[in-house]
Every structure is written in structure tokens, then in C-alpha cells.
Ligand binder design. Structure first.
Ligand code: SF4
Length: 831
């Protein structure tokens, strides 16, 4: 080995742990020569090929007992590939594996990454990446506080008095009570709330065969405003940003490095920067993504739309737009240009607090790169998305890639190709299914998403009046893997809502603030005990599989099995006599796996072993794909819009060619929205002020945020994760703290128009001076011991942290129905 090369810190520590000796260059060289190629007792190997010490693989260590079972993580909504070591039926270790969600770029290089890793590690899985949550999965599986048996309430709601019952009794009671409610009030009186990355199909089937249109799932709490904004401009709800191949990234309010949901993202961001891209991050809080960006742009909460309009203004003024692309592929440019003519950087500075010169600088930089045909990638998430002006604010952002012609190319915002798994269609029809939804999706909320509008349903129940004729008022609620009380803004209203329902079923892994108010509680499964299909966060079709790696630790039923059993008890079948409940658990998933869309040779059995099915490669600029003129269809001479014989828009004529275009009404990118115009709106991404801004009484903006230790409000009883961060002090800028006479660690009262509660102060330079912030999900009182603060020895005021949700109004954004979780004024008083 070379005596000249530098020896890394990792090698030094491996050497010390292997030899028990303190590192010196001499001792290192002596040992490395003596041990070259040989395994040593501690499992550290000298690897001749790599020229360094490394951890021996399990095989090299001679480990034979147990087996590694492949699956997919679900500690968050991501789908990282994992392998789980199982010894004598007990899971003992989780590691990441190399699969498209762990190591690839979003849009391209899985094969390339695999090859590089195989060469480097001689074991491609050695490089699989998972986050702290993924690594803590076993603590969720073997958590002693898990629910172990169904329980019915025997005291008053919330009294904590429960009686354990058998699974058979639970099935009978739920079937019986849901049946009675339907008979008495109609099927639409059932409101259902579920998670969105697991076992949703069976729940949707249940709702359909029960006859209620009122199914909701988690997306409404997450990104439906982003979905609506992108849908307006490009007709695609879930585009993906290719940061690795970009030359300039501009990201609004998405902590993709810290609030880890897709483990591949931090690597993509860092590789993009290493290749020379400039990353610009816009957020009131300098989080991990801002820290790893080239420029952090602190902004007043909820004003992102104004910033984006001013960027558009500068791009047009400086002729940095892609006029040829706009002429060919966009509609509504002239109206937009007129609208932004007075949206100057000076105008935006007053609203956003971002200096006009910074706005000029960012617009000029990205415009010049785009002019030079260098890729620019612009994306937005819940920072702008959790405000009362979210959809149009987001729309002002999502038109920027259209102005630059930066869509669906390497290094830009991409349209993914997804296939997903099969959903066996339920042929069932009943008048209640045609009734308007209680939450105003598609009526009051014209861009409402299939995940529904949680707070609207809640408020209808609280008000006791149906939202539109025939929609009814829910009388019963089923909450599957959804802690509504803690996850939805305005905790008090949430509790009142659940108390007001006549019958409440909670199906979850633990008691929770929601379960405490239920009539019956059904234990749920942890992801290592069940099946789920998961689409990956990449632009080509990949279907991952979660599967049971151990038997149910509580000896219970999975959610799918439980709801199948209730279906069966209620005699639910569709018109053709089909019921998912007629199948075994395995057969149900085998049926939902659709091999033909992926590799034909991959059947359920081989897929079940590999947990991965994929097909095809990333395709770029799919909108330019030529399509055949539809038989009996028409072409509009003025707009180029191509319709089939049923009048459905299927393409657009560009020059002499008919192309696929985008899934918008015009089949082009809509800088001014045809859909909005049809709905009594100008169609422009107009800026309006957020509704719940600070006031004289409540002078500081409060926002919430997420970080990699936790998912939503559900990982807070995981002792490993809580040991990393047992508390959520209120972040405050040092200048603001000094004005208020606050010191680091001070106990404070945080007060909004909706709640007053204690917290502690953490002083930082990393936050806008007008803003304070709480990490989301803390402050539990009805969850397990750890969530209630048993590990927190530091903060006597708020042992389980401070619940952020209580301070917010609990509104829905007007167009998409997205919950508003980052918009309120608060005051702080020393406790
Ligand atoms: S990001 Fe972390 S928690 Fe989420 S799926 Fe991946 S490893 Fe699991």
C-alpha cells in the first residue's frame, strides 16, 4: 500500500476499534500489512482492492443464523428499500438496500449508481441508505406501549376506561354499529380518514360498498395546494424535481434534506451541488436544506407568490424568457405579462422583506442560464403551501418553469411516468354515492383533491348543518392510522368534533389523543408485519412491496384483514358478487399486483421475493410525443386543440404535427388558467395577502416545520428518535429575543387567538426576525410514555414539547382545501 496517501478519519476509527490500539501512522501501516486480506476477530477487514479497512460483510463474518428479508420502509411516507435480519422469528436489524428509492437520481441513473456501488463495495446493498427513522423501525415494532387487543369504551368519552374484547367481538360490534348508523342516518353519515401510503384500497372499497362518498386521506394535510398549483399550469399533480442534473435550483419551502421523506433526495441535492449547480432556498427558517444551499433567502411567511411574480416581472423586463417556447407551448402569456408589469422587485420587497436587488439577482441568474440552454429547476412545497393564499401563490411559482421553457428535461421539473398497482374495480352503485361530499370537494373547493378537506368535514359536524343540499352531516367517524386531534390545526375544535360524533372507530398501533375519544379501538399493524404496495419517488415506473417480515408481534390482525372481516360480516359484495373479503390476505395482494405492466416474467412469487418491479426508462419531453389523429375527432384551427369523437381533448397541433401535449384544458402549459377562468376567476396567479397575519396583539408569525427525527405526529413514542430530540423549543431570532428580554432556555407562554400554552425558547440566527417556529408533532398527552415526555429530563415546563396545532385557526385554503398549518400571529410572554 502507498505510504503517501492520506488516511481517513473513518479508517482511523475502524483501526482503533479493530485493534484496540491508538492510531499512529506507523502502527496502522504495520497492522494493515500484517492483516492484508484477512478477517480479524472484530469483523474489520483490510481490503486490498480498496486500500483501506472496512467492516466485514455478514458473510465474511461467517454469520449464518437468521435471514435477511427484503421489504420497504414505512417509518414515513417514503418507500426506502430495506432488508431486515430475522433471527428465530424476531427482527434484529434493519439496513438500507440499493434500490431506486435509496441510491438513484429521481430521473435517470439507477443502473449507473448500482454499477458504481457494486465496484466500490463489492456488495451493492452495502450502500443502501436509510434515515434515522428507518433505522429506528424495530423500536416501533417492539414498542411495549402498542395496543395489543381491541378495546371498547366503558366510561365517558375520554375517561380512559376501557374493556378488552376479542377480535371476533370487535368485528361484530363494528359491523353492527356501522350498519345501524347507515340504517338510521344514511350511508353518507360515515366520514372516513386514512393514511395515504398504505392499505388505502381496502378502505376505499369499504366506503364504496358501504355507500359513503366521504373518504379522506392524509394528502389533504400535506401537499394538495402544491398539487393544485402544478395541475393548473401543467396538468400534472406530482411533478418531480431533478436537482442532480440541474445548473440552478430555486426551491420554495421544502426542507428536502432535513424533513427526510425520500432518502434519495439529500444525495441528489448534494451531488447536484458537487457538479457545480447553484442552489437557492427560500424559507423563513434556515433549515438543513438552506444550510446546504448556496443562498438562503429569508422570506415573510405566505408571501412567496409576490416574490415569484416579481421574478416573472424581471424575466420579462430583461427578456430572459424563452419566447419561442412560450409561443409554441404556452397559453395566457400576454395576460400574465400585463399583470406582472407593475409587480416590480420594489413592490415585492415591501411584501416579502426580500431586498429588491436579491430578487433581481435571482431572476437574472436563472434567466441567463436558461437562455444559455442550461437546465433550471424550480419547485415548491408546504412552506408556501400551508397558507390561506397557497394555490395561487404556488401557481405564481409554477408558471416560472413555463416562462423559461424548463419542463420535463434533464435538470428541470419532470413529469413522472407511474403505473402503480392494480385496484380491482368495485362495480357498485347506490344513490348515497352520488350525493355531494360533505367537505365541498369540487364545489366549494373547486380544486379540491381526492383526499378531501378534513377541516370542512369537521366544521360541518361542529355546525350541525349540511354544507350543500343532500350532503348530510356525518354522525360516525372511522380513523385508520390517523391521529386527527394532533395532525390537524386547531386542537380544540378537533376534540370537539370527535366528541360530537355518535360512534367513533380508531384503528391504530397505539392509544392516541384521537383514540382516547373513540368508542372502540382496534390495534393496528406496524409495517414490518404487513403488505403494502408503494410507488417510488422516481420518474420511471417502479413498484415496491412491503411485506410481513415477522408475524404480528401482538398476535393481531392487519388493517386489511380486519376491514375484510367487517365487510364479510356486513355481507358487502359488489353487483357482480365480488368482494375483496372473499380472498385470503395473500391472495388479495397477489390480485392487486399487476405483472403485465412491469416485467412479464415477474410473477407474484418472484416479485414477493425481490420486492421490486420496474419497467422502462425515464422519457423526456413526453409532451412532444406525436399521436395519431383520433378517428372521428376534430382539430381546432385557432388553438390547435385536438379532440376525440367524444369531445375529449387528446392532443394539440404544433406546426403540422399532432402531439400529446399536457393534461390541461388547452393541452399546453397554462400561464393563465383556462380552468380558473371558467370558474369566475381571472385565471391569473394573483397575489393576495395571507388572512391570518400578525396583529398588534399577536405580533409574531408562527410557523411549524418538520425534521428528520419524526414523521407527522406518529413517531413520538419511539425512544431512539425521542432520545435524539425529546422536545421542540420555540425557535426565535436573537434580535427579537433580545427585544423581548428572552434568554436561551427561558420558559414562555405562547399565545395565539386560539390557544395559550407553555414552551421554551431556543435562540438562533437561523430564522427571520419576524417569525417564530415550532417543530410539528410534539406535545402528546394521550400517546405512549415516551411521547408524553418520559425521556425529557431537560425541560420541566413542557416535558413532551409543545403542540403546535393548537395555535392555528384550522382553516382550509379556498381553492384546494389544503389545511392551513403555518399561518397565525402569536405573542410571547416570559413564564
Ligand atoms: S426516508 Fe427514512 S423513514 Fe422514510 S422511508 Fe426512507 S428510511 Fe424510511
Amino acid at each position: 500500500m502507498s505510504e503517501k496517501r492520506d488516511i481517513t478519519e473513518e479508517e482511523k476509527s475502524l483501526f482503533e476499534s479493530a485493534t484496540g490500539k491508538q492510531f499512529t501512522r506507523r502502527s496502522f501501516l504495520k497492522w494493515s500489512s500484517a492483516l492484508a486480506g484477512a478477517a480479524i476477530a472484530s469483523g474489520i477487514l483490510w481490503d486490498d482492492k480498496l486500500g483501506l479497512f472496512r467492516e466485514a460483510s455478514a458473510q465474511e463474518k461467517g454469520l449464518k443464523e437468521g435471514e435477511w428479508i427484503y421489504s420497504n420502509c414505512n417509518m414515513c411516507g417514503g418507500q426506502s428499500g430495506i432488508k431486515v435480519k430475522v433471527v428465530n422469528g424476531r427482527a434484529v436489524k434493519i439496513e438500507g438496500i440499493a434500490n431506486p428509492n435509496n441510491i438513484a437520481n429521481i430521473s435517470t441513473n439507477y443502473e449507473k449508481a448500482l454499477k458504481e456501488l457494486s465496484i466500490l463495495y463489492n456488495d451493492k446493498d452495502a450502500a443502501g441508505r436509510i434515515c434515522s427513522k428507518g433505522n429506528s423501525g424495530l423500536r416501533a415494532l417492539y414498542d411495549p406501549d402498542r395496543l395489543k387487543t381491541p378495546m371498547v369504551r366503558v366510561g365517558k368519552k375520554g375517561s380512559g376506561k376501557w374493556k378488552a374484547i376479542s377480535w371476533d367481538d370487535a368485528i361484530s360490534q363494528v359491523a353492527d354499529n356501522l350498519g345501524k348508523i347507515r340504517d338510521k342516518y344514511g350511508a353518507e353519515s360515515l366520514a372516513w380518514f386514512s393514511e395515504d401510503h398504505c392499505f388505502t384500497h381496502i378502505q376505499q372499497d369499504f366506503c364504496k360498498m358501504y355507500g359513503t362518498p366521504n373518504y379522506h386521506n392524509h394528502s389533504n394535510l400535506c401537499d394538495v395546494a402544491r398539487k393544485a398549483s402544478f395541475k393548473l399550469v401543467m396538468g400534472n399533480e406530482r411533478p418531480l424535481a431533478d436537482f442532480e442534473d440541474t445548473s440552478y435550483a430555486l426551491v420554495f419551502g421544502w426542507n428536502l434534506l432535513g424533513a427526510t421523506k425520500w432518502i434519495l433526495l439529500p444525495g441528489i441535492w448534494n451531488r447536484g451541488r458537487a457538479k457545480g449547480a447553484k442552489m437557492v432556498y427560500v424559507d423563513p427558517f434556515c433549515n438543513q436544506t438552506a444550510a446546504k444551499a448556496d443562498q438562503w433567502v429569508p422570506i415573510r411567511p405566505g408571501t412567496d407568490g409576490a416574490f415569484a411574480l416579481a421574478l416573472g416581472h424581471v424575466l420579462i423586463k430583461k427578456d430572459l424568457i424563452n419566447k419561442a417556447f412560450i409561443d409554441e407551448w404556452c397559453v395566457g402569456y400576454d395576460e400574465y405579462a400585463k399583470y406582472v408589469a407593475d409587480k416590480t422587485p420594489e413592490w415585492a420587497e415591501k411584501i416579502t422583506s426580500i431586498p429588491a436587488r436579491t430578487i433581481e439577482q435571482i431572476a437574472t441568474e436563472m434567466g441567463e442560464l436558461a437562455k444559455a440552454s442550461k437546465p433550471v429547476c424550480i419547485d415548491t412545497w408546504s412552506g408556501p403551501g400551508h397558507h390561506t393564499n397557497a394555490t395561487l401563490g404556488g401557481y405564481a411559482i409554477t408558471v416560472l418553469p413555463a416562462l423559461l421553457g424548463m419542463i420535463d428535461k434533464p435538470g428541470t421539473i419532470m413529469e413522472p411516468s407511474k403505473i402503480g398497482n392494480k385496484h380491482h374495480s368495485i362495480d357498485f352503485d347506490t344513490p348515497s354515492l352520488k350525493k355531494p361530499r360533505v367537505d365541498g370537494k369540487g364545489t366549494k373547493y373547486i380544486l379540491g383533491h381526492g383526499s378531501g378537506i378534513y377541516v370542512e368535514t369537521r366544521d360541518v359536524v361542529l355546525g350541525g348543518k349540511e354544507s350543500s343540499q343532500g350532503s348530510g352531516v356525518p354522525k360516525t367517524g372511522v380513523f385508520v392510522y390517523q391521529n386527527f386531534v394532533m395532525s390537524v390545526p386547531n386542537t380544540k375544535k378537533n376534540m370537539d368534533f370527535i366528541k360530537k360524533l355518535e360512534y367513533v372507530v380508531v384503528n391504530d398501533t397505539h392509544m392516541s389523543e384521537t383514540a382516547e375519544l373513540a368508542d372502540i379501538v382496534i390495534p393496528g399493524s406496524v409495517y414490518l408485519e404487513r403488505y403494502d404496495f408503494t410507488g417510488y419517488w422516481v420518474t420511471w415506473p417502479v413498484l415496491g412491496l412491503r411485506k410481513p417480515v415477522v408475524k404480528s408481534v401482538i398476535n393481531g390482525m392487519t388493517e386489511v384483514e380486519f376491514w375484510m372481516a367487517v365487510m364479510k360480516k356486513m355481507g358487502m359484495k359488489d353487483k357482480k358478487g365480488y368482494s375483496p373479503a372473499e380472498q385470503s390476505y395473500d391472495a388479495y395482494y397477489a390480485d392487486e399486483y399487476n405483472p403485465t405492466a412491469y416485467a412479464k416474467e415477474q410473477n407474484w412469487e418472484t416479485y414477493r421475493k425481490s420486492t421490486l418491479a420496474m419497467t422502462g426508462k425515464t422519457e423526456y419531453e413526453k409532451f412532444r410525443k406525436e399521436v395519431k389523429p383520433p378517428e372521428g375527432g376534430s382539430v381546432d384551427d385557432k388553438t390547435g386543440l385536438v379532440k376525440d369523437k367524444d369531445g375529449k381533448a387528446v392532443g394539440v397541433k404544433i406546426g403540422v404535427k399532432i402531439m400529446k401535449g399536457f393534461d390541461t384544458p388547452s393541452r399546453k402549459l397554462e400561464i393563465t388558467s383556462t380552468f380558473l377562468k371558467k370558474n369566475k376567476h381571472t385565471g391569473l396567479p394573483e397575489y393576495s395577502e395571507p388572512e391570518d397575519r400578525p396583529t398588534a396583539d399577536f405580533p409574531l408569525y408562527l410557523i411549524n416545520f418538520k425534521q428528520n427525527e419524526h414523521t407527522h405526529s406518529r413517531t413520538f413514542n419511539n425512544d431512539y428518535l425521542m432520545e435524539m430530540k425529546p422536545d421542540n423549543p420555540l425557535l426565535i431570532n436573537s434580535a427579537t429575543a433580545s427585544k423581548l428580554g428572552l434568554k436561551d432556555g427561558d420558559a414562555i407562554w405562547i399565545e395565539s387567538p386560539y390557544a395559550k400554552a407553555k414552551g421554551t425558547v431556543q435562540i438562533t440566527e437561523r430564522i427571520h426576525p419576524e417569525v417564530v417556529a415550532l417543530q410539528h408533532g410534539y406535545g402528546h398527552w394521550g400517546f405512549g410514555k415516551v411521547a408524553k415526555g418520559s425521556l425529557n429530563k431537560i425541560n420541566k415546563w413542557s416535558p413532551a414539547g409543545t403542540n403546535d396545532g393548537q395555535f392555528f385557526a384550522g382553516k382550509a385554503e379556498k381553492l384546494s382545501g389544503q389545511i392551513v398549518a403555518k399561518e397565525i400571529g402569536v405573542k410571547l410572554v416570559k413564564a
